[in-house]
Write a protein that binds this ligand. Structure first.
Ligand code: ADP
Ligand code: MG
Length: 466
């Protein structure tokens, strides 16, 4: 082709490569759609928007920073290579964040840098780093986590595999990852030669996809099948990801057959992991399944005390109790609260009072106000007045039943965010005007009847702190 003509074509092409249109980009995405599994494509490639390609400089945009970073880390090299395959070399690949696919957020551009050794070393470290703070010493034990703790200790200390796998499950921030790391530290300390591998199911999946992509599946398999102890965290992540599940299942079976210890964590019990194949589900439940229950008040107190002490943060009992009452969901939030208070204590010489805590942790305390249900309200009211639960729904109007029912409706309105019709429905399908009437009645009586006012206060407190 004559150089001039070539130049001309290039200019036309460049014009085409702006404002969201690039023939090559369309081709590349349809290629990737074929080569990646469905979820991966949907989650990571689909949201990418083509911005421009000028000479060897390619700019893409995505709706969030998280996506940007993830794509830079995992898919930028793939995209670059795909362009290469189409005959275009890309020297600079930048991804920026565009809100609602509309407004570029300034300063969000990140440029991808080649890592030449990626293909060679990608499987070097299949284990994720362990957090040095996550040890058994730092773990506070109470009723809700004693089984999980004991089982983890057992796995860490015994030379023979007694239950396999150990399956830990429970809500967010209750110490699953902490326990797994503690086991890993312990085993490594006793026996540094042991190949202990800890990683999240998400990372397992990406290692696997990478191996597929680089046609390295054999060494991937070998890597995983030669470990002594395998820990996979947050296994719920592979729900619905069929290929990954399949591979995981094989890895799992091989290791179990070889009597290698496996520890799995998830947010639900094996049986409740919807979207995981039945045969995998049942195998996950073969060993010991240990549930970490929601934190009790006692355990929250214990954890707060230990963590405050660890940070050399002096808190009065009253403050600790306040926190234990208010921050109920998970330990991570308790740590966050203590960190903030520690900062305050260090810049401000005054003592930390409950009022100060309320002020400093305003946002945290708001999101922690537990969601109380109408069912719970009815239950507590019924207990308090010693009537039957069915009385809450029944049409009976005798005072001894109608009054508690009105109290419950009043509480439903004042503590929950349910609407009047919703509340009415929960009380035997009553009309919303009945609910309004109940609320007005209680408000009026409370003014002159300190007993009722006390009842309401007491019930509110019981509901909010149970
Ligand atoms: P999960 O993996 O269940 O979501 P993590 O193990 O990440 O929770 O725990 C969240 C945070 O809370 C970590 O910093 C961890 O050290 C801390 N933590 C959780 N449970 C306890 C406990 N019983 N004693 C001390 N710290 C805990
Ligand atoms: Mg975790």
């Amino acid at each position: 082709m004559a150089p001039l003509l070539e130049e001309g074509i290039k200019i036309v092409e460049d014009e085409l490569h702006q404002g969201g249109i690039d023939v090559s980009w369309s081709k590349i995405t349809s290629e990737l759609k074929k080569s990646l599994d469905k979820d991966t494509f949907q989650n990571w490639i689909k949201p990418i928007y083509f911005e421009s390609r000028i000479d060897t400089s390619l700019t893409l945009s995505v709706p969030t920073r998280f996506l940007r970073d993830w794509i830079i880390k995992n898919y930028a090299s793939v995209i670059k290579k795909a362009y290469m395959d189409q005959g275009h070399s890309i020297d600079k690949l930048a991804i920026l964040v565009k809100e609602n696919n509309d407004r570029i957020i300034p300063g969000t551009e990140v440029i991808y840098e080649d890592k030449d050794d990626e293909e060679d070393t990608y499987y070097d470290d299949i284990s994720a780093p362990l957090d040095p703070k996550f040890t058994f010493d730092n773990f506070i034990v109470g009723k809700p986590n004693e089984l999980a703790y004991a089982a983890s200790q057992r796995v860490a200390q015994s030379e023979v595999v007694s239950f396999n796998p150990l399956f830990l499950y429970g809500g967010v921030g209750l110490g699953k990852t902490h326990l797994m790391h503690a086991v890993a530290w312990n085993i490594k300390k006793r026996n540094p030669k042991k190949n202990v591998v800890y990683l999240t199911a998400e990372k397992f999946m990406y290692q696997f996809i990478k191996a597929l992509r680089f046609k390295n599946i054999m060494s991937f398999k070998e890597q995983f099948r030669s470990v002594d102890v395998l820990m996979i965290d947050d296994v719920q992540f592979i729900i619905g990801k069929d290929n990954t599940q399949e591979e995981f299942f094989h890895t799992f079976n091989t290791l179990i057959d070889k009597k290698r210890q496996i520890i799995i964590s998830a947010d639900k019990s094996p049986a409740d992991l919807d979207g995981i194949e039945d045969r995998l589900k049942s195998r996950l439940g073969w060993g010991l399944v240990a549930d970490i229950h929601p934190l009790t008040y006692e355990l929250r107190l214990g954890i707060l005390q230990a963590k405050a002490e660890h940070k050399s943060l002096t808190l009065e009992q009253e403050v600790i109790e306040f926190l234990a009452n208010k921050i109920t969901n998970n330990v991570r939030e308790m740590e966050g609260a203590l960190n903030r208070l520690a900062v305050h204590a260090s810049i401000q010489n005054s003592k930390i009072s409950v009022d100060l805590v309320k002020d400093v942790l305003k946002d945290l305390l708001r999101t922690n106000s537990r969601k109380i249900t109408i069912d719970e309200i009815q239950k507590k009211v019924v207990e308090h007045y010693n009537i039957k639960l069915s009385d809450m729904h029944s049409p009976r109007r005798s005072r001894s039943i109608a009054r508690p029912r009105q109290v419950a409706m009043y509480l439903a309105k004042s503590i929950t965010t349910r609407s009047l019709p919703e509340i009415g429905r929960k009380f035997g399908g009553r009309d919303h005007t009945t609910v309004i009437h109940a609320i007005k009645t209680i408000e009026e009586i409370m003014v002159n009847d300190p007993n009722l006012a006390e009842d309401i206060e007491l019930l509110t407190r019981i509901l909010q702190t149970s």
